[in-house]
Design a binder for this molecule. Structure first.
Ligand code: AVI
Length: 332
């Protein structure tokens, strides 16, 4: 008989234990970023409920190839991943989002008769996490699901997992690209400690390519990415009592070839003063808030990154258009 969801899903919430600390921590981080030169805001602020919905729309845009390209690779190679990883894996997904790709992996494990010992989705968006966890628990009735609501850019504690289970981390979507290289290495080292010596990381990585393709992917004709970017200010207005006038900030996205990253900014169209949590923040005309970087990797930079974190590339798969990689990394 199927265990009830409440028994199979042990929600582990890293963010409710001290929610006022979380808000004041966020406030301090925002104010620190807005008083820096250049001004910055952390990309994790994108993902309130409206931002998560806008990101879903982005992933369907004709210009935003990343999600489709990665899906092509996962569809083609989920079976290889399940074969390489073997039986009794605990699947830990960083940033579970809508949970489509992990479904392909779980199906591949099931079709090889490789039971999965546990599924641990980790996400900062509580609504999305709850939706994914209950959908996966309903679709895979024998699978123990342990959702963790947390900001995985910081160290976090995972629920206890079966001792014998091989830990397979899954970090899709090229979210690794949203970390600056030193932060990416530090994050991967934490993943490496989590998966331990016989562990695995399946990593989605966007490949370096021509600037025109990248510029279009982050500045779509329908303006959805611009809306996604500006939504961050809407969130600050609501949650930190800010008074940003969204009409006075323009979306800017471009490929910085030297740094191999797409940068997203919100540019102040005029000199203005904004208040955030009671503090005064002055902008010059044309001054920007740097909201996101999306690093694009080639083979050499990817190799250097994963090696520095204690992994090696065992398999590297790409889509037919050679735009995106899914890397199967073993712990060394
Ligand atoms: C989530 N992350 C990998 C996306 C990216 O492509 O960097 C976020 C995004 N930003 C603008 N469009 C999509």
């Amino acid at each position: 008989m199927t265990a009830p969801l409440t028994r199979r899903m042990h929600a582990h919430d890293e963010s409710t234990s001290a929610s006022s600390d979380v808000v004041s921590g966020l406030c301090a981080e925002v104010l620190q970023g807005l008083t820096r030169v250049p001004k910055t805001l952390p990309p994790k602020l994108f993902y309130d409920a409206a931002g998560a919905a806008l990101f879903e729309r982005i992933s369907e845009l004709p210009e935003y190839y990343l999600t489709r390209a990665e899906l092509e690779v996962v569809r083609a190679h989920a079976g290889d991943i399940a074969t390489l990883a073997g039986e009794q894996c605990a699947l830990i997904e960083y940033g579970s989002g809508a949970g489509i790709k992990v479904g392909l992996l779980l199906d591949a494990f099931a079709s090889r008769n490789h039971p999965v010992a546990a599924y641990v989705p980790i996400d900062i968006s509580r609504e999305q996490l709850a939706a994914v966890a209950s959908r996966i628990a309903a679709e895979y009735p024998t699978l123990p699901v342990h959702p963790v609501c947390a900001d995985y850019t910081a160290p976090l504690r995972l629920p206890d997992l079966p001792q014998r289970a091989r830990r397979v981390a899954f970090f899709p979507g090229s979210t690794i690209g949203n970390f600056h290289p030193t932060e990416a290495a530090a994050f991967l080292r934490r993943v490496r400690r989590t998966v331990a010596n016989d562990g695995v990381l399946v990593l989605g990585v966007d490949r370096r390519k021509d600037a025109a393709t990248l510029d279009a992917a982050y500045d779509d004709a329908a303006g959805v990415t611009a809306e996604f970017n500006r939504n961050m200010l809407r969130r600050l207005n609501r949650e930190l009592h800010a008074d940003f006038d969204l009409g006075r900030f323009r979306h800017l996205a471009y490929f910085n070839d030297t740094a191999s990253r797409v940068e997203m900014h919100l540019v102040s169209s005029e000199a203005q003063v904004v208040h955030v949590a009671g503090e005064r923040v002055a902008f010059d005309e044309g001054e920007s808030i740097w909201t996101e970087s999306s690093y694009k990797y080639d083979r050499e930079t990817l190799d250097a990154l994963v090696t520095s974190a204690g992994f090696r590339i065992t398999r590297l798969w790409t889509d037919p258009g050679e735009r995106f990689w899914v890397a199967y990394l073993d712990a060394t």
